[in-house]
Ligand binder design. Structure first.
Ligand SMILES: Cc1cc2nc3c(=O)[nH]c(=O)nc-3n(C[C@H](O)[C@H](O)[C@H](O)COP(=O)(O)OP(=O)(O)OC[C@H]3O[C@@H](n4cnc5c(N)ncnc54)[C@H](O)[C@@H]3O)c2cc1C
Ligand code: FES
Length: 342
């Protein structure tokens, strides 16, 4: 506040070296969210501090860092003065250096903040549930995208992917796994009752369904099921000829309730394989066991550039699939779309 008692201005102009500029409401937004709301193709992936894709250099001005220890920055990045746009709030006008890809395809939908009311919760497994939020009419997203949730009493935001298709009477569904001692997921499971309101912000994410003719392979690890269901539903809703090969990786027989979510989609255009990584010896299981990426060898014709690949789940699964698709099978980058649940 200044001597006259005026509140400091919150709308700050961010100039990107070599071209574009945008404004950020620092009371509401990080630098990344301001850029995306302005329609700028600012580089990002997770938007929650885990991946490092949104690194930038501050040339002029001042920013507040929200999460100083965010794993998206290495010690080398910090030594070089790099920052994360998803963890930086401008304190005034700034000038920054970042490689904004002018040729990047625009997703066409800018993220917006809204109040979501928890309309229902449905348990799928002992530690996974579907949370359905009612959002304002017209709020859209593409199959495979995610939203960030501001959960009461939780520091930072949490990213969760929509499992349905947009337009379902203003409902955004999320399949969430309870992480033991996880602050965000336990708040959702234990302290967010039906009828509670939560701030949702979205849509975000590049791993959304693209139009095309090639068959689609979806690989879901655990709660990666959510966005992969959305992608599969998107393909089936197109009504074209392309088919979906759906691979779901779970741990034990206790998780098999999640498989029922795909069962309703299985038909002439979708076939599904469930793989257990640690089947329990005392319980029946005659399906494949091991890592879910290894099951892709069962694809008709093997792993090849005949398909487009979508995957979501824990980082080790994502890395194994990148290795398999990019290095071993030489599938072009444009046919591979994924979200790492960092
Ligand atoms: C793109 C994307 C999509 C995802 N989709 C899903 C989904 O559909 N279903 C699902 O179950 N999970 C999903 N996740 C994982 C989810 O966002 C959470 O990481 C997970 O639920 C664990 O959160 P937690 O709060 O329970 O655990 P915690 O251990 O309490 O928190 C883990 C996460 O919180 C954030 N965080 C931690 N500390 C701070 C801090 N001080 N400041 C700011 N941020 C902090 C980080 O992102 C960290 O990875 C997704 C993740 C990403 C990146
Ligand atoms: S987008 Fe900022 S760290 Fe992932």
């Amino acid at each position: 506040m200044n001597a006259r008692g005026d509140l400091p201005p919150r709308l700050h102009r961010i100039e990107v070296e070599g071209g574009s500029a945008f404004e950020v409401d620092s009371g509401e937004d990080t630098l990344l969210r301001g850029a995306l709301r302005a329609g700028l193709a600012f580089p990002y992936e997770c938007s929650v501090g885990g991946c490092g894709s949104c690194r930038f250099e501050l040339l002029d001005g001042e920013v507040r860092t929200l999460w100083a220890d965010a794993p998206g920055l290495s010690a080398r990045d910090r030594a070089r003065g790099r920052r994360l746009a998803c963890q930086s709030q401008p304190l005034g006008d700034c000038r920054i250096r970042v490689r904004v890809d002018a040729a990047a395809p625009s997703v066409g939908m800018v993220p917006r903040r809204m109040q979501g009311m928890l309309a229902s919760r449905r348990d799928l497994t002992p530690d996974m549930a579907e949370f359905a939020f009612r959002v304002p009419p017209g709020a859209g997203f593409l199959p495979g995208q995610y939203a960030v949730l501001h959960l009461p009493g939780v520091v930072g935001v949490r990213a969760y992917s929509m499992s349905n298709l947009a337009g379902e009477e203003g409902t955004w569904r999320f399949i969430v796994r309870r992480v033991p001692d996880g602050r965000g997921s336990t708040t959702l499971f234990d302290r967010t009752g039906v009828g509670s309101c939560v701030e949702l912000d979205g849509p975000y994410g590049h791993a959304h369904l693209r139009p095309g003719d090639r068959d689609v392979v979806c690989v879901a690890g655990g709660s990666g099921l959510g966005p992969m269901l959305s992608v599969a539903r998107g393909v089936l809703a197109e009504g074209g000829a392309r088919r979906v090969h759906f691979f779901l990786g779970l741990r034990t027989q206790h998780d098999l309730g999640a498989r029922d979510e795909i069962a309703t989609l299985v038909g002439p255009r979708l076939q599904a394989t469930t793989v257990l990584s640690a089947p329990l010896p005392g319980l029946p299981w005659d399906g494949p066991a091991g890592f879910v990426h290894a099951a892709l060898a069962a694809l008709p014709g093997g792993v090849s550039d005949a398909c487009d690949y979508y995957f979501a789940g824990p980082p080790p699964m994502v890395e194994a699939l990148q290795d398999l698709l990019v290095i071993q099978a030489r599938v072009p980058h444009g046919q591979i779309h994924f979200d790492r649940f960092v």
